[in-house]
Ligand binder design. Sequence first.
Ligand code: NIG
Ligand code: FE
Length: 408
Amino acid sequence: MKLIGPFKQIVTLSNLPLRGKLSDEQLQIIADGGIVVNDDRIQEVGNFDALKSGYGNIEIEAIEGEQIALPGFVDAHTHICFGGNRANDFAMRNAGKTYLEIAESGGGIWSSVQHTRNASQEELLKTLVERIGFLVSLGITTIEIKSGYGLDVENELKMLRIIKKAQDHTTARLVPTCLSAHLKPRDFEGSNEEYLEYILTEILPKVKEEKLAERVDIFIEKSAFQPEESRGFLLKTKGLGFDITVHADQFTPGSSRIAVEVGAKSADHLEATVDEDIEFLAQSDTVATALPGASLGLGEKFTPARKLLDAGAIVAIASDWNPGSAPMGNLITQASILATFEKLTTAEVLAGITFRAAYALGLEDIGKLEQGKKADFVTFKTDNFQNVLYNQGSLSAENVYIGGNLIK
Ligand code: NIG
Ligand code: FE
């Protein structure tokens, strides 16, 4: 056992509800606090001096200078395993080119698929581990990572095996997701439905066998998979024992409804969700995940996070870091900007990048600083936790602890 501190402030997020709006008065802030860690879990959080005398000869890991501590952040939606780069898409989009024009000139998801297929395993692993390192440097301790740039058996398995291997190179908690249903690849001879059947019969059994992922995602959109074929696919994946998450309502409304109906863990994007579907989501246990990085990358509107919270939904915020629509990768900057535009309280943002995001991943023992939870937390050199979002990502994380161990 050891006692880590003292911290000027510890924001525990303890006692905050899973769903709905939050006021900043609900935040529990422990002044001059300490965290007692037992093995990889939190034993107790409280006043540093009181813990020090209460635990007698406990080993002390001293914190230098004024620092605040927050639960480690969770990025519940990324596509950070990819080859190549789509800077030209970004420039063309900003120059006014349409989606079709960009795709015709060699851009779009298909270009990332080709670069990812052509990349060596060493190169993919190296760049993935670098991106994980960047996220950890922001204070992110749990990262979801999707496949979806392979789009055939060989290359989807290659991606998922690399994501699995990346776990040997980081102590961050990685959560892989199979997104073979990102798009029907141009070289697949057959219909969308046949491609979805190919995923079910050729890819997912191997994913299961090799324990490469326990979650399946699909992009439901006019340009990708249609609502009805997606519903059937999702129900079958559920039957195979996978958890489900959906890229929903990014440009066209309707698919968040399917996510809820099939019992998805989360419906992500939701920029185009209509009011009655906001209500529908809010009545469900499906987490509504806002992806402000995609809005910023594409110049599209933000997810209606305010309305979702007011309606009582479970709202998470994730980076969607990918080479196309969300190249930034800075979840803290994005969450802070979303707060400004959507009028979110600090408590709502912090909940959205910690325990509510963890819930979307089915992880209920991270995201709060309280007894029994994993000792994952991040510190910042400041005397006031509000500075973290106020600085919009430019205040760097000082120390990052995962399972009670200092890793940055
Ligand atoms: O979440 N919307 C679909 N998929 C990604 C974009 C991926 C890409 O453009 O490469 C997203 O925004
Ligand atoms: Fe995405």
